[in-house]
Design a protein around this ligand. Sequence first.
Ligand SMILES: C[S@@+](CC[C@H](N)C(=O)[O-])C[C@H]1O[C@@H](n2cnc3c(N)ncnc32)[C@H](O)[C@@H]1O
Length: 265
Amino acid sequence: MDQFESFKAAQKQVWVRFAALEAITTPCAARLVKRAGVRSGQRVLDVACGTGVVSVTAARLGARVTGLDLTPELLERARENARIAGVEIDWHEGDVEKLPFGDAAFDVVLSEFGHIFAPRPEVAIAEMLRVLKPGGTIAFSTWPPELFVGRMFALTASYLPPPPPGVAPSPLWGDPNIVRQRLGSAVKDILFDRATMLVPALSPSHQRIASERSGGSMVRLIAELEASDPAKLERFRREYDALASEYFEDNLLRQDYLITRATKL
Ligand SMILES: C[S@@+](CC[C@H](N)C(=O)[O-])C[C@H]1O[C@@H](n2cnc3c(N)ncnc32)[C@H](O)[C@@H]1O
């Protein structure tokens, strides 16, 4: 297994309990689907679909949806979500860096806070564009490095061993200049938009505890430090709460993000 495959094997473990946060990404899913202009009858791919919030939203509009994710436990919940909503969706366990679909198979390719976790951005975006037909729409939601989630990722990373060489930090996907470079000459009409996710919580510490339990590198950090270095973990938690306090008002944690939309040439 090379460093990228082991990185993805680790990713598969840290997202297992993300279903607990699906209510928070659900309103963002409607925003992304609307922003991408999804219409009835279109073939839509939801990359890194998690529990299927974007997939189900698009399918309820009449689109023919395929959802793909690395983590089988989340796909189980996604199947249940589709069943409850009464929609048919084609689910695949898989990796955005190696999509199991033909060239130009989709009218729309979407990803909500998902493809950003692939270790090699250039491989992920090349795959997403390969399966999109010319004239089709690509749209995704990402976390800017200078806002809460980007800063929280950087804080978490500073307490963990460095990632393997060649693994790009996910918040770079929240920088419009970098997004432009990564989409390159394969697209036209790039549009950027800002949106806000409001996370209800009784205090910054409540929100931290939910994140510690539910996904991403926080899960790994807690697993690594809980037994080995409780004092360091305590320091991390204090720093996290101080950062979250900057964005916390009226029992809501404000998480602004970037939406990108473009048309494949
Ligand atoms: C923050 S969750 C977002 C899930 C969903 N899109 C949503 O908005 O609720 C990130 C997702 O990315 C998935 N993921 C991470 N790396 C991936 C990869 N290389 N290929 C496919 N999915 C991946 C995880 O399994 C997880 O479901």
